[in-house]
Write a protein that binds this ligand. Structure first.
Ligand code: ADP
Length: 465
């Protein structure tokens, strides 16, 4: 149990580690692809800007520049006459609003970029956004209308001939910084693009990797499950063998110790003179020897089956007659106070079978029905013909078999958990025998049972094999 839990725990931990590593790798690949995508479009938009500059002699903001130039002259004059703080703030806001509106609505860059992308066969649908960094109105002095947060610290080389080069942004792609100025204003802003399909594109690019990693996880989980199942099966078999050895020792010891005690009894002087007692003890020795012999034969026979095929000595028999004989001799052999009813509908069918083995099969089912019973055993035997097979149903009112045990009762050495306590003696070979015999005749045996209610064993044998 401890080993089983350790193996399970180790397996689960390894699978979790594997999944975590895969997630980590996928995340890194995703991040890399994301960055590559941004880099690709940053470079493409740079190319586009250069091309537009060169060929069309525009940066896409000509209309904007014209409108802002016209507006800023008037706005600048007004701004410089205002003394009141509040009024000044309101005017600054108006100016900023106007600049924002014009730069967003009147720019041509988005259209130019989009058609450039389309011509090159790249993704052409993007959203743009403009982030204003700095807006100053200039006259004799400079009035700062707006300055974005931290702008003063990261102020780009706005005095230089070109704006600072674009950086790669995580969310959006920075196409460029733009600077516009004339005698009345100085305006600095960033132009970004963003692809709503970006995630889809990255997903497409990483799909093969994702599928491979998912597949490898599934393969590892399946291999683990198989290995675990095999290990558990081996463990179960080894437990069965240990149980068998314990049960066998117990089974063999009982008749042996009876024989030993009986031998000691015969040595006693007072017994030797009592003929009746001698006979009784001799009978007891005889009975126990037969039982011992049966047990040993059963074990030997099974080990022989492992090596060689069943040797059946088949005869054609009337199945109903045979059943009556077998049940009668079971009853006369004790039957342990059981009530047995028989109901046959064989229509005089004749079957080829090995009478000795078949008798063992029926006897094993009947003795189990008696053995695994906690009240007076009531056994119903039903027999009929179905689909060219004879069917034999042996039902009892015994302790029943749990669903899980039903799967294994025909396995060699298997004893249901309640069967392991010595209340019910056995070696776990009876039903294995039944199954082997049924199969050797080309048939099969199945069980249906409800714990506490009873069990039904159904044997089917083909009629004319
Ligand atoms: P054994 O009787 O020697 O244990 P068997 O192979 O005959 O071995 O049976 C295997 C197990 O199946 C038994 O240990 C018992 O738990 C269960 N079993 C068999 N027949 C019956 C029955 N008629 N009712 C309840 N349990 C049964």
């Amino acid at each position: 149990m401890k080993k089983r839990n350790t193996v399970l725990l180790l397996g689960i931990v390894s699978i979790i580690i594997l999944i975590s590593v895969q997630i980590f790798i996928i995340r890194s690949v995703w991040k890399q692809k994301d960055e590559m995508f941004s880099l690709r479009y940053t470079m493409r938009s740079q190319e586009a800007l250069n091309m537009i500059n060169r060929r069309m002699r525009t940066d896409g903001f000509d209309t904007v520049r014209f409108l802002l130039g016209r507006y800023s002259e008037r706005a600048n004059l007004e701004l410089h006459t205002i003394k009141d703080e509040k009024e000044l703030a309101a005017k600054k806001k108006d100016i900023l609003d106007y600049f924002t509106k014009v730069v967003n609505q009147e720019q041509d860059l988005s259209g130019l970029l989009s058609s450039y992308f389309e011509r090159r066969g790249f993704e052409k649908n993007f959203k743009f956004s403009i982030v204003i960094n700095n807006l100053e109105m200039i006259s004799t002095d400079t009035i700062i209308v707006y300055q974005s947060e931290g702008f003063a610290n990261r102020r780009p080389s706005d005095r230089g001939p070109r704006p600072a080069p674009p950086e790669i942004s995580k969310e959006k792609i920075l196409v460029n910084w733009f600077r516009m100025e004339d005698n009345n204003y100085r305006f600095l802003f960033e132009y970004f693009i963003d692809f709503s399909d970006k995630q889809k594109v990255i997903l497409k690019e990483t799909a093969a990797y994702l599928a491979m990693s998912g597949f490898s996880i599934i393969v590892v989980v399946i291999i683990f499950m198989f290995t675990y199942r095999n290990l558990m099966e081996e463990k179960r078999l080894s437990n069965l063998k240990t149980d068998f050895i314990n049960n066998m020792t117990h089974e063999l010891k009982t008749p042996l110790s009876t024989i030993t005690v009986a031998g000691k009894t015969l040595e006693m002087v007072q017994i030797r003179t009592n003929e009746e007692k001698i006979l009784e003890t001799a009978k007891l020795i005889g009975k126990q020897s037969v039982h011992l012999n049966q047990l040993i034969n059963m074990i030997l026979e099974i080990s022989m089956w492992e090596r060689t095929q069943f040797q059946l000595d088949k005869k054609t028999v009337d199945i109903e007659e045979l059943m009556n004989d077998v049940v009668e001799s079971f009853k006369s052999g004790g039957g342990n106070g059981s009530t047995i009813t028989q109901k046959y509908n064989f229509c005089g069918a004749k079957v080829d079978l090995d009478v000795v083995y078949f008798t063992t099969l029926v006897n094993n089912l009947l003795s189990n029905a008696v053995k695994y019973s906690d009240k007076d055993p009531v056994i119903d035997i039903e027999g009929f013909i179905a689909d060219n097979n004879i069917s034999l149903k042996v039902s009892d009112n015994g302790i029943g078999i749990s669903k899980n045990d039903q799967k294994h009762v025909f396995d060699k050495f298997y004893r249901a958990s309640t069967g392991n306590i010595h209340k019910f003696k056995g070696l776990g070979l009876g039903l294995y025998y039944v199954k082997k015999i049924a199969e050797a005749h080309g048939g099969d045996v199945t069980v249906s049972s409800k714990p506490g209610k009873g069990s039904t064993f159904t044997v089917t044998l083909p009629i004319n094999q």
